[in-house]
Design a protein. Structure first.
Lengths: 391, 194
């Protein structure tokens, strides 16, 4: 097989692991891909490089292709979400002064109960300035879902600000923000620097939130089915490798290399192994599904996940939720996933959309080989999202 | 003469910011301001209420500007990325040159064009300067290595400097390798043997 060159962009975050592993452990080569990974300075630059064809595919915030399909944020070139690269992986952190005020109210953090944490935050005075990495991000959607209640809150009532992840630890230490929702390792780095502490994992708000997707220009995937397939298979094999939790320390060592994250493996390992340190000098705490790459059909780009993102974004920004859910579902390319991963014998779910939030425990579901189990995927408030009635 | 534009440059490097200003001044009598810091960037941009924002695509703070494209942004007038407002070629040229532009709604293309052309030319110059600097550094490094290799040969084989250089060059030519690579191999080997 002739080796085909392919350039894929990524942001230096723990959840870029499937791409990095695909290259470094030979999964790309096995599929005949000469994979070049290009680190991006910002999400917007990664998006622009993708749109202009300077890179063929990218590690991308799941809501970005959705926003583009809805005509939000300036650029509307259609992107495909080919597969989900990672599920969960974010943390919510507080500045030291806000954490202290929270404890004064008698709140005991357990890094699990999102309702208790929300009520405790509501009880302290003053507005909360919260940093997120990008306006179109799962971080933003989770915060609105969690703090905005059940829906139609005025987006301006939450003070959410964009801060690039590498600057998040400094921003909270400097008192520019009171809280953040950010992808690992930037929460752990804040803890390490003593600038704040961690309150909740993103998974406490939604047990199974599609965080990053493998994105490519829709025109490119249509014109290059062979390359698209090779890339998707290489990344899927990397995800399967990462699904074996005994490999996660090795993954942390690779991610630590200067061309990738260039940060101590010990810090990257926390999210990868689910052993999180919530405040300086605190013992490690086990967090189930802190970040997931494979189990529970994590890589499958459920149309209902897209629909959830689309309808939430629409509510927030004054668009029609049903229209947005349809547009968003079309971005999540279950058809390409089935087509290109079939040669690997991947056990495919029978359906391409599902109720989101209906499973409290891992549950066997109908699939081609009968080995698939989904969930838990519950929301903190117990609500269930039906993609057929997204209003 | 159309009324002047308010142009905001987000650039932490003072010298670069001044160079960009110089290039824009030639395109008209504009109000040009520079923001260096990350702190409170979105709010500062909103207060200045610019017509055009220019930011290096390598600047991580670009994502903060992206917030201004939202309807709920703190800016009174919505901003779009330039990409949606013009033909692909100029956007492509801008991104390739390394500059991204955000433009308020309703600004006519013929008013944006000269500003963009000047900015693109200036950013091309920056990237040329960067390449030149890198090339100069590399040349300097290579010269140091070749000097060390010559020294090793002069001592080991009792050659003159010219003879040592001729030997390295001859070896490089016969092996189809670069002179610097042969010199590097010799230096590495000598380090291992010493």
């Amino acid at each position: 097989m002739r080796i085909q060159p392919l350039t894929v962009g990524f942001m230096p975050l723990v959840d870029a692991a499937p791409l990095i592993v695909a290259r470094e452990l030979g999964f790309a080569e096995e599929e005949g891909l000469g994979l070049t990974l290009q680190s991006g300075p910002s999400w917007s630059t990664l998006r622009d490089r993708l749109v202009l064809g300077q890179i063929e595919a990218a590690h991308m915030l799941a809501p970005v292709p959705v926003a583009m399909a809805l005509g939000l944020g300036g650029i509307s070139t259609p992107l495909d979400a080919l597969s989900v690269l990672s599920v969960n992986g974010n943390v919510i952190g507080l500045s030291n002064p806000v954490a202290a005020r929270l404890y004064d109210t008698g709140f005991t953090p357990d890094f699990t109960n999102a309702t208790a944490a929300r009520n405790a935050l509501a009880a302290i005075d003053g507005p909360l300035r919260i940093g997120v990495p990008f306006p179109f991000s799962m971080h933003t959607e989770l915060l609105h879902y969690w703090l905005g209640g059940h829906g139609d809150t005025d987006p301006r009532s939450l003070d959410i600000r964009t801060i690039p992840p590498p600057l998040m630890a400094d921003a909270i230490a400097a008192g520019e923000i009171d809280a953040f929702c950010v992808g690992e390792p930037w929460g752990s780095i804040t803890v390490e620097n003593g600038g704040g502490e961690l309150l909740l994992p993103g998974a406490a708000i939604w047990n199974f939130a599609p965080e990053k997707v493998l994105a490519a220009r829709a025109g490119w995937t249509a014109a290059n089915p062979d390359l698209t397939g090779r890339l998707m298979r290489a990344v899927w094999k990397a995800a399967r490798w990462l699904g074996d939790t005994s490999k996660r320390s090795t993954a942390a060592d690779i991610l630590a290399w200067p061309e990738y994250l260039g940060l101590p493996a010990e810090i990257l390992e926390r999210a990868l192994t689910g052993r999180m340190i919530l405040s300086r000098h605190a013992p490690a705490r086990h967090v189930p599904r802190m970040v997931a790459f494979f189990d529970g059909a994590a890589t499958f780009p459920w149309k209902s996940q897209g629909a959830w993102i689309g309808s939430r974004m629409a509510r927030r920004l004054g668009l029609d939720p049903a229209w947005a859910a349809d547009k968003a579902a079309a971005v999540f390319r279950t058809d390409l996933y089935r087509q290109h991963l079939a040669p690997l014998g991947v056990d495919m779910p029978g359906a391409s959309e599902k109720l989101e939030g209906a499973l409290a425990v891992p549950t066997p579901v109908a699939s081609d080989n009968g080995t698939l189990s989904l969930g838990p995927d519950a929301f903190f408030d117990g609500r269930v999202f039906d993609p057929q009635s997204p209003g | 003469m159309p009324s002047q534009l308010t142009i905001l440059i987000v650039e932490p490097d003072k010298t670069r910011a001044e160079a960009i200003i110089d290039s824009l001044v030639a395109t008209g009598d504009h109000h040009i301001k520079v923001l260096a810091g990350h702190t409170g960037l979105a709010r500062s941009v909103a207060e200045m209420n610019p017509d055009i924002v220019l930011v290096d695509i390598a600047n991580p703070s670009r994502d903060v500007i992206e917030e201004l494209t939202l309807a709920s942004s703190p800016l009174e007038r919505p901003v779009a990325m330039f990409v949606d407002r013009s033909d692909d070629s100029i956007t492509k040229a801008a991104i390739e040159a390394g500059v991204s532009a955000y433009v308020v709604d309703g600004l006519r293309a013929d008013r944006i064009q000269p500003v963009m052309d000047a900015a693109i030319a200036r950013f091309h110059m920056f990237s040329r300067m960067r390449s030149e600097l890198a090339a100069t550094r590399r040349a300097l490094e290579e010269r140091k290595i070749i000097d060390r290799a010559k020294g090793i040969l002069m001592r080991a084989r009792n050659l003159s400097e010219d003879e040592a250089y001729a030997l390295i060059r001859k070896t490089a030519m016969s092996q189809g390798r670069k002179i610097a690579d042969v010199a590097q191999a010799l230096v590495t080997a000598a380090d291992l043997l010493s």
